[in-house]
Write a protein that binds this ligand. Structure first.
Ligand code: AMP
Length: 443
C-alpha cells in the first residue's frame, strides 16, 4: 500500500499533499469506500466509529468538491457538520485545519458553554464550513447570525450518540432549514432502527459504507473481566494501576459523581488523575484532556458521553470501573486502546448488580470475555447465572439500584443497537428523561 492508493480515490494534488503531511500512507477502509462516491456527488451512510478515519472520509471530499468552484462575493456556509459533543466538534475542526492548509477555505467550530461573541465575529467575517453542536447552532440561527439555507453538504456525525443525547428534535429543525438540493452524509457507530429511519428521512439514494469494527477492534484488545464486590472495586483498581505502572489509563464510570469521587479516592492512594464529564466547564475539560494527552497526568476518568470521540494516542489501559448498561458503549470504551495496531488491555469490573450488563455485552461481541479470578477480590456472586437475561437485574441485592418503576422496561434495553432510548443513557446517570435531555444538550 502506498500513496497511490489515496491518488486512486480521485483526490486532488493539494489534498494528497495534506494527507502526506499528516503521515497517512494508505486510506482506511471507510476512506476507501466513502471518498469516491462522495466525490461523485452521492449521499453516504457510513457505519463507522471514531478511530476508523471517518473524519477524513468526509472532510477530504467535502474540501475537494468545495474548492472546485468558489462562489463570488462574501463567503457563505456551504458545508455544515453537526457533531454531538464539543470535544468531537473541536477535533473535527482541527482535522479540517490539517487537511485544508493549502486551500482557500475558511472553517470554524461553534459550541455552547463558551461565549458566543468570538463565534459571532467569525460568522460575520464569512465562513465556508461550519462545524457545530446542535444547541449553539440553533441558538445562533435564532439570533440571525447563521444562515444555512445555502448549504451544499450536510454532515451528521455520530448520529446514534446524537439521538441518545436527545437531539432528535434539534436535528429535525436543522433539516427543515436546509435547502432541498444538497449532498448528505450520515455517520453512526451503530445502526439501530431509529438511525435507519432518520437516515431514510433525508438521505437520497445513499451509498452504504459499513466498517463497524465490532470483532475487529475487539479482537486486537486483550480483555479481562474481574468479578468483585462493588466495595472492593476501588482497592482492586489501585492495585492494578500500581502493579502495572499504568502510564496512560482511561477509566470509565457510569456517572459524573462517580467520576469525581473516584478521582478523589485515587488521589488519596497517591495516584494522579483528572476527570472529564458534562458538568465541567469547557476550560476545565480542555485542560484535563491536555494534561492527560501530554502524559502529565497518567489517569483520565470519564463518563461515556464526555469521552466520546476523544482521540488520545497510546492509551495502554481501559478500565470499565462500572459496566455500561448499553453493550455498544463497551465496544466504544475498549476501542480507546489498541489504536493503530498497538496492543492494549481492557479490564472490566463486574459486581453483582452488573452481571446482566455483562450478559448483554457478551451477546453483542459474540463471545465470552476471559475471566481473571486470580485476584484477592474475586467474588463468585457477581458471575452471571446460567440463562441470565441481558440487562438490569430485577431484584438487585446489595446495592442494586432500582431507580424507578420502569425497571422491567429497561431490562430489555441492552439489545443489539438499543441506544435509541434516553433511558439507556447510563453514562450521565440521570434517570429522569426531561432533566436528562436538557442537561445533555449543554454538553
Ligand atoms: P477519526 O476516526 O476520523 O477520528 O480518525 C482517527 C485517527 O486516525 C485520527 O488521529 C486521524 O488523524 C488518523 N487517520 C485518519 N486517516 C488515516 C490514515 N489514512 N492513515 C493513518 N491515520 C489516519
Amino acid at each position: 500500500m502506498n500513496m497511490s492508493d489515496f491518488q486512486s480515490l480521485g483526490l486532488s494534488k493539494k489534498l494528497l499533499q495534506a494527507v502526506k503531511n499528516e503521515g497517512y500512507t494508505s486510506p482506511t477502509p471507510v476512506q476507501e469506500q466513502s471518498i469516491p462516491p462522495l466525490l461523485a456527488g452521492r449521499d453516504v451512510l457510513g457505519v463507522a466509529q471514531t478511530g476508523t478515519g471517518k473524519t477524513a472520509a468526509f472532510a477530504l471530499p467535502v474540501l475537494q468538491v468545495m474548492s472546485r468552484s468558489r462562489p463570488q462575493g462574501k463567503r457563505f456556509i456551504r458545508a455544515l457538520v453537526l457533531s454531538p459533543t464539543r470535544e468531537l466538534a473541536a477535533q473535527i475542526d482541527e482535522r479540517f485545519s490539517a487537511y485544508s492548509e493549502h486551500l482557500d477555505i475558511r472553517h470554524r467550530v461553534i459550541f455552547g458553554g463558551v461565549s458566543q461573541n468570538p463565534q459571532v465575529r467569525a460568522l460575520q467575517r464569512g465562513l465556508d464550513i461550519l462545524i457545530a453542536t446542535p444547541g449553539r447552532l440553533l441558538d445562533l440561527i435564532g439570533q440571525g447570525h447563521i444562515d444555512i439555507t445555502k448549504v451544499e453538504f450536510f454532515v451528521l456525525d455520530e448520529a446514534d450518540r446524537m439521538l441518545d443525547m436527545g437531539f432528535i428534535r434539534d436535528i429535525q429543525k436543522v433539516l427543515k432549514l436546509l435547502p432541498q438540493r444538497r449532498q448528505n452524509l450520515l455517520f453512526s457507530a451503530t445502526m439501530p432502527t431509529s438511525i435507519s429511519n432518520l437516515a431514510g428521512s433525508f438521505l437520497k439514494d445513499a451509498v452504504m459504507v459499513d466498517v463497524s469494527p465490532k470483532e475487529l477492534t475487539v479482537e486486537k484488545i486483550e480483555q479481562k473481566i474481574m468479578f468483585t464486590r462493588k466495595s472492593d472495586k476501588r482497592t482492586l483498581l489501585v492495585k492494578i494501576i500500581k502493579e502495572e505502572r499504568v502510564s496512560k489509563g482511561l477509566i470509565f464510570t457510569r456517572t459524573k459523581h462517580g467520576a469525581n469521587r473516584l478521582v478523589k479516592q485515587l488521589d488519596q492512594s497517591g495516584i494522579d488523575a483528572v476527570a472529564i464529564h458534562g458538568n465541567k466547564s469547557q476550560g476545565a475539560r480542555t485542560k484535563a484532556l491536555a494534561s492527560f494527552k501530554k502524559g502529565n497526568v497518567p489517569i483520565l476518568v470519564a463518563t461515556d458521553i464526555a469521552s466520546r470521540g476523544i482521540d488520545v494516542e497510546g492509551i495502554t489501559h481501559v478500565f470499565n470501573y462500572d459496566l455500561p448498561n448499553e453493550p455498544e458503549s463497551y465496544v466504544h470504551r475498549i476501542g480507546r486502546t489498541a489504536r493503530a495496531g498497538r496492543s492494549g488491555i481492557a479490564y472490566a469490573f463486574c459486581d453483582d448488580t452488573e452481571s446482566g450488563y455483562l450478559v448483554g455485552i457478551q451477546q453483542l461481541i459474540g463471545k465470552d470475555i476471559p475471566v481473571d479470578d486470580s485476584h484477592q477480590f474475586h467474588y463468585a456472586g457477581a458471575i452471571p447465572k446460567p440463562g441470565q437475561k441481558p440487562g438490569k437485574i430485577k431484584d438487585g441485592k446489595g446495592g442494586g439500584r432500582p431507580r424507578n418503576r420502569n425497571r422491567n422496561k429497561s431490562r430489555q434495553g441492552p439489545k443489539r443497537g438499543g441506544n435509541q432510548s434516553n433511558q439507556g443513557n447510563s453514562n450521565q446517570g440521570q434517570p429522569r428523561r426531561r432533566n436528562n435531555q436538557s442537561r445533555q444538550k449543554r454538553q
